[in-house]
Design a protein around this ligand. Sequence first.
Ligand SMILES: [Zn+2]
Length: 281
Amino acid sequence: MPAGPKCNPPAGRACASPPFGSKIFPLFVILPRQKGGIRVNFLGSLISLASAGMLMLSSSLMTLAPQHDIEGLLFLCNREWTIAESYVPASLREADVPGQVRRMRPEAAAALEEMFAACQEETGVTLMSISGYRSYASQKNIYQRKLDSVRGNVAKAQQYVAPPGTSEHTLGLAMDIGQKKKPHLTEAFAATEGGVWARENCWRFGFILRYDQAWEEITGYSYEPWHFRYVGRELAKEIHDSGLPLELWLPGYRTRRLLALLGVPEAEAVSDPVPSSEPNS
Ligand SMILES: [Zn+2]
């Protein structure tokens, strides 16, 4: 094992912390050695080292957690994790696709253009943008209008419209998609050729279907076969293949990132269990 950097800390103090990952061990070998006070200093050192460790761990977790980075592609937005009223994406542009309300973050707009072109080429179906970026203020107006129309019944209003700050559209990463000359923003979209294709192929372009029918209790949103969220090509396939909503997939992802940061190898895949008894014959 190669020698680490030389360090002569004053009694009771540790060396500067090495980065997390491969060099955790040196943190725990630098302990005070003066006679007469070993026990107290040892405990004090342990406490301060543990505190330093916790501090490093929590700051590392903050960096790892997608919730730390609203401009990142994995920021979770739902009724629990909301967007501040002041938030506006750093950059937005109109996607060059048929339809309306075509603004999205540039990387999402580019991916949407590729997705629509691929659908056209592979199926002959023209997909359309129905609703992309929506500011906090416009979401607030839409919500208020709905609330007024149901005479202030919050539960009823929220059945149809997301309250301001809880819509992925405000992140600039969501697009409601429709098929040309077909009903849109209704469950009927799921049965259209474009709806089927989009659901099966969105991950190829970095999108995921966000509000599936089976996930209503978890996401807090009704089934929306038209609502697609951009998460980037790197992870869209994995999320799609997991069969999990973002709310349930993210914790596992964070754990893996943390283990990687700590230098812990990923657990080996569990092999198929051996049948405990012979099948009946
Ligand atoms: Zn939507």
